[in-house]
Ligand binder design. Structure first.
Ligand code: NAG
Ligand code: NAG
Ligand code: NAG
Ligand code: NAG
Ligand code: NAG
Ligand code: NAG
Ligand code: NAG
Ligand code: NAG
Length: 375
């Protein structure tokens, strides 16, 4: 192993000091080491591992018969057509995770005609060429778990999935990418069987997602789904072969979820149906969704809650006004008493005035006078 790790230069340097036998032996070693294993890599059988070596590029002179290549945990910001300068016909599995990779340029995989599984997880990709893969690629599994720099780049980055070159792709891992809304990328992935969108902040399943014909496994665990709309349930029911995982979402157990609950109780499509729990309302928090009865699904949470609080508020305001009114009355009790006496006196004067006038009017002596005066 030590010999294999020694660089070609060092071995060539030692050649001068050796005898003929040694020359032969070392010649063999040069052939082995230079065609055997790149610097800072470990090779065994058809596997080459160059892990956590702070490499800034894919090592060149990878043995031509390599099947499994691991270049992980290094510092490779850019892969391009120069990354694989020689053809590696037997390479099927390529692991490039944890490299802080930002750019995947065009034609980078052109020299890997039999690549089946590619792992680009745990990178910071912000640009992915639509022409990264050759048209006749055979890629079956693509791992893009936690691959993207951030939310802003997702639309741009996922464009290469729409390009229509990944016709053999059966498994796609897009987990832990903070997608929120999934761009419609599945139209051209015509062989996709398994899709992971776990832990991606997804808030709704968009219409197109379920249209991929062969899709059989959909992982939506640990997202931000609150319920599944009726249209989605209908789409799911049309694909009885599709199995879906939904645990770890904050289901809202109110009257809007009743369609979904009925569907869940009757469907075999949700693999982890036992693990679905309510996130709210408070009364049903952490309850297993399957154990919730339809009669427990109330819509008091928002509308009625708002109404209730506004009624309480109105009542309080009215009571306050009443109290203030009484208080004003109480404080002014003397003034009010005086005012009432005044009114009473005024009334009495008035009444007396009437009384007087009535008496005058009814006096027969004065009646003549008034008739005469009119003339
Ligand atoms: C990775 O490489 C860049 C230059 O390409 C350098 O600035 C950075 O310090 C390196 N990071 C590590 C952890 O070596
Ligand atoms: C990536 O590397 C290639 C070759 O080394 C270079 O031509 C290209 O400009 C680089 N791209 C970026 C974005 O750094
Ligand atoms: C993708 O990579 C992540 C992390 O490296 C790993 O946990 C996950 O199992 C991989 N997915 C697939 C489908 O292999
Ligand atoms: C994404 O990264 C870019 C560049 O680092 C930064 O300018 C931008 O604010 C980030 N966006 C989000 C949503 O974090
Ligand atoms: C979920 O995704 C975030 C990034 O979006 C990541 O930091 C976190 O580790 C992931 N959690 C799990 C359990 O994979
Ligand atoms: C989803 O599809 C259904 C019928 O196929 C349609 O009624 C609905 O408006 C669509 N929703 C969106 C958001 O496109
Ligand atoms: C429940 O499923 C059975 C068959 O799987 C079906 O006959 C029945 O109509 C379904 N009931 C409801 C309420 O969807
Ligand atoms: C449900 O959750 C438990 C505990 O987290 C786990 O062990 C089990 O595998 C889950 N069941 C399914 C069907 O995913």
């Amino acid at each position: 192993m030590r010999l294999l790790n020694t660089s070609c230069g060092e071995i060539r340097g030692r050649l001068h000091k050796s005898g003929v036998m040694h020359v032969l032996f070392l010649f063999l070693a040069i052939v082995l080491s230079c065609h055997g294993c790149p610097d800072r890599c470990v090779c065994s059988l058809q596997t080459v591992k160059c892990q956590n070596q702070d490499l800034d590029a894919i090592p060149h002179s990878i043995p031509a018969n390599t099947k499994f290549l691991f270049v992980t945990g290094n510092n490779i910001s850019n892969i391009s057509v120069a990354s694989f300068p020689t053809r590696l016909d037997q390479l099927t599995d390529l692991y490039l995770g944890g490299n802080g990779m930002e750019y995947v340029e065009e034609m980078v995989f052109d020299n890997l005609p039999n690549l089946l599984r590619l792992d680009l997880s745990n990178n910071r990709i912000q640009s992915f060429s639509e022409r990264a893969f050759p048209d006749d690629n055979k890629l079956q599994l693509l791992n893009l778990s936690r691959s993207f720099h951030n939310h802003t780049y997702i639309d741009v980055v996922l464009n290469f999935l729409r390009s229509g070159s990944l016709l053999q792709l059966t498994a796609l891992d897009l987990s832990s990418n903070d997608l929120v809304l999934l761009p419609d990328i599945f139209g051209s992935l015509s062989s996709l069987v398994s899709l992971s969108l776990q832990n991606s902040s997804i808030i709704t399943i968009q219409n197109g997602t379920l249209k991929v014909p062969p899709l059989r496994d959909l992982d939506l665990r640990d997202n931000s789904l609150r319920d599944l709309p009726t249209t989605t349930l209908a789409e799911l029911s049309l694909k009885p072969g599709l199995h879906i995982r939904l645990a770890g979402n904050p289901w809202r157990c109110d009257c809007f979820i009743d369609d979904m609950l009925m569907w869940l109780k009757n469907s075999t499509q949700v693999v982890d149906v036992q693990n679905l729990t309510c996130a709210d309302p408070e009364a049903l928090k952490q309850h297993q969704l399957l154990q919730v009865e339809l009669s427990q699904l109330k819509c008091s949470s928002e509308m009625e809650g708002v109404l209730e609080t506004s009624y309480v508020f109105l009542g309080l305001v009215l009571a306050l006004i009443g109290v203030i009114f009484l208080l004003v009355l109480y404080l002014n009790r003397k003034g009010i008493k005086r005012w009432m006496y005044n009114i009473r006196d005024a009334c009495r004067d008035h009444m007396e005035g009437y009384h007087y006038r009535y008496e005058i009017n009814s006096d027969p002596r004065l009646a003549n006078l008034s008739i005469n005066s009119d003339v």
